[in-house]
Design a protein around this ligand. Structure first.
Ligand code: BGC
Length: 570
């Protein structure tokens, strides 16, 4: 292993400041030409990621899965989907990432599995009350003959959170709980056998040198065992899926107990060459104080900052969101994360190019609703892509200059937009089907990446394979190849910023606002000698005399224009 890579892997605090790159496997790189990305495809692109300047790679689920929810419906937690490769391919990927000094995070999906998981199939075959059924949440229905669901809970992908099963003779009997699609039955976390099974899954991957897990819906596993009805959402007539305090299936007290148990397992790897392992929580919780309870008290290490993702593009909202984030994390001694995109949301270029860019920030933060509905809302608004791209460049420089852990979602570094005009017949997101084909869902941010060449599949895979979602023709000018060595490109901006982040000690230094700045300009310093300015207003702002430009999101030779960010050496 090269000296520098060794050195990076010796840093036990890497998770406090790393830049993490999210790979969505089926859309990243296809090594065989079946139109789906795969693990050897990711391995082949590791040099690209190292060169981009990220420190860690998070791979969304790569497990065997019927793909009812893009892999978030797992049928075996300790293997790789054959379409993505083999366990040996995963081991090669992990080893090669480490050779390059890159840490590896993978997804843990503990709330639910696939309805094809052998344990769920066994539960279906077993009678009510059996040990097999106790692995999941089966209940008798209400009303005459148990014909009504056990309560009014709604599922996040639409419809009821309960699905009725039939016995061997085809007679309807019990119902099982699924907070997402019916193909994703929820595990019964009250059952010690479930708890023990996940301990083993976590150790299985830690023993294969995975550095940590991103925990899917980390606030979901425990449920109020009284299974009370939720307040009714007038739009659906079902129980709301909102995450209000005390909601019976989000952020229940039992969740903390599970987190602490996993933390102890991660800490027990302290004496291994890779050091203790880490967790990042995916939980859409507001306000920020509630969110950071997940990274205190022996629980998890970091948690996604969705307040950042939903922040509207104005100086006042951004300033308020950053203040709340930094203060809440400082109070518990955890690093903040900075997130502007992922595989569930409209890509930032498109969001920032809409007349509404997010939520005006209050102390409570936005109310997290069904993710798919955000996409639906954005889809109805017109997009100015040039504007969005300009803002996305500034947003990236801002995020990379803040203290903590920036996440970037594949393709963000290429400035890809949401593909808003995918034809209906290619849509695969469960939201599309569950909404009666009224809400397109999240496929627009999951279109396979363009790597090179001038015609689809743009180097995503061998020329003969059609990618599982079609790529827009104009992506010919947006491939990694086309953007490389063009100093004005999105990709080269990311490379320049991440290289500077590595080399400049101030980007690990103390953060302070410059309170004298114009209200439309965010201005802060990191010590020693670094300033970041972001202009959200119309007026061009002169740069401070004597400052040297390190990186700029646009030409700043005539001053700092609208929707532009600059890093300065003072
Ligand atoms: C993942 C989604 C997934 C859901 C259910 C999420 O928050 O990011 O992609 O559909 O969990 O597993």
């Amino acid at each position: 292993m090269a000296q520098e890579s060794m050195h990076r892997l010796e840093n036990r605090d890497w998770w406090r400041s790393s830049v993490v790159y999210q790979v969505y496997p089926r859309s990243f790189a296809d090594s065989v030409g079946d139109g789906l990305g795969d693990v050897p495809g990711i391995t082949a692109k590791l040099p690209y990621l190292a060169d981009l300047g990220v420190d860690a790679v998070w791979v969304s689920p790569w497990y065997p899965s019927p793909m009812a929810d893009g892999g978030y419906d797992v049928s075996d937690y300790c293997d790789i989907d054959p379409r993505f490769g083999t366990l040996a391919d995963a081991e090669t990927f992990i080893a090669e990432a480490h050779q390059l000094g890159l840490r590896v995070l993978i997804d843990l999906v503990p709330n639910h599995c696939s309805d094809q998981h052998p344990l769920f199939q066994a539960a279906l075959a077993a009678p009510p009350g059996s040990a097999e059924r106790e692995m999941f949440i089966f209940r008798n229905g209400r009303g005459d003959g148990g014909d009504l669901p056990p309560n009014n809970w709604g599922a996040l992908f639409g419809g009821s959170a309960w699905e009725r099963v039939v016995d061997a003779e085809g007679r309807p009997e019990q119902w099982y709980c699924h907070m997402f699609s019916p193909e994703q039955p929820d595990w019964n976390w009250e059952n010690p056998a479930v708890v023990a099974m996940f301990d083993d899954v976590i150790r299985f991957w830690f023993d294969r040198d995975v550095d940590g897990f991103r925990i899917d819906v980390a606030d979901s596993m425990a449920k109020d065992q009284a299974f009370p009805d939720n307040p009714v959402d007038p739009r659906t007539g079902l129980g709301t899926v909102r995450k209000f305090i005390g909601a019976p299936f989000w952020d229940q007290p039992g969740v903390a107990v599970i987190h602490r148990r996993w933390r102890a397992i991660a800490d027990s790897y302290a004496d291994t060459p890779l050091g203790p392992r880490v967790f990042v929580s995916e939980a859409h919780l507001t306000p920020t104080e509630r969110l950071v309870s997940y990274v205190t008290d022996g629980r998890l290490h970091t948690t996604f900052n969705f307040d950042h993702l939903w922040c509207e593009w104005t100086a006042a909202s951004y300033r308020h969101m950053i203040d709340l984030t930094i203060a809440a994390h400082a109070a518990v001694g955890a690093p903040a994360t900075w997130v502007i995109g992922n595989h569930d949301v409209t890509r930032p270029v498109t969001r920032y190019g809409k007349p509404e860019t997010g939520w005006r920030f209050t102390d409570e933060g936005p109310h997290p609703e069904d993710l798919a509905k955000f996409a639906e809302h954005y889809a109805a608004l017109p997009t100015d892509q040039d504007l969005g791209r300009r803002r996305a460049r500034a947003a990236a420089l801002l995020a990379f200059a803040l203290p903590g852990v920036p996440y970037l979602y594949q393709g963000e570094e290429l400035g890809l937009e949401e593909v808003e005009d995918l034809p209906d017949h290619v849509l695969a997101d469960p939201t599309w089907l569950r909404s009666g084909k009224t809400i397109k869902g999240r496929d627009g941010c999951r279109v396979p990446l363009p790597w090179g060449g001038t015609t689809p599949p743009f180097g995503f895979g061998p020329a003969e394979g059609d990618p599982w979602l079609p790529q827009p023709d104009h992506w010919a000018s947006m491939t990694a190849e086309a953007q490389s060595d063009d100093p004005t490109s999105h990709l080269e901006l990311y490379r320049a910023a991440l290289a500077e982040r590595h080399r400049n000690p101030a980007l690990g230094g103390t953060f302070a606002w410059d309170e004298t700045a114009d209200p439309d300009v965010l201005s802060f310093t990191r010590t020693p000698g670094f300033r970041c300015l972001v202009n959200f207003g119309d007026a061009v702002v002169p740069l401070p005399a004597g400052a040297r430009v390190l990186v700029a999101s646009n030409d700043v030779s005539q001053g700092l224009g609208r929707d532009t960010a600059v890093w300065l050496s003072l």
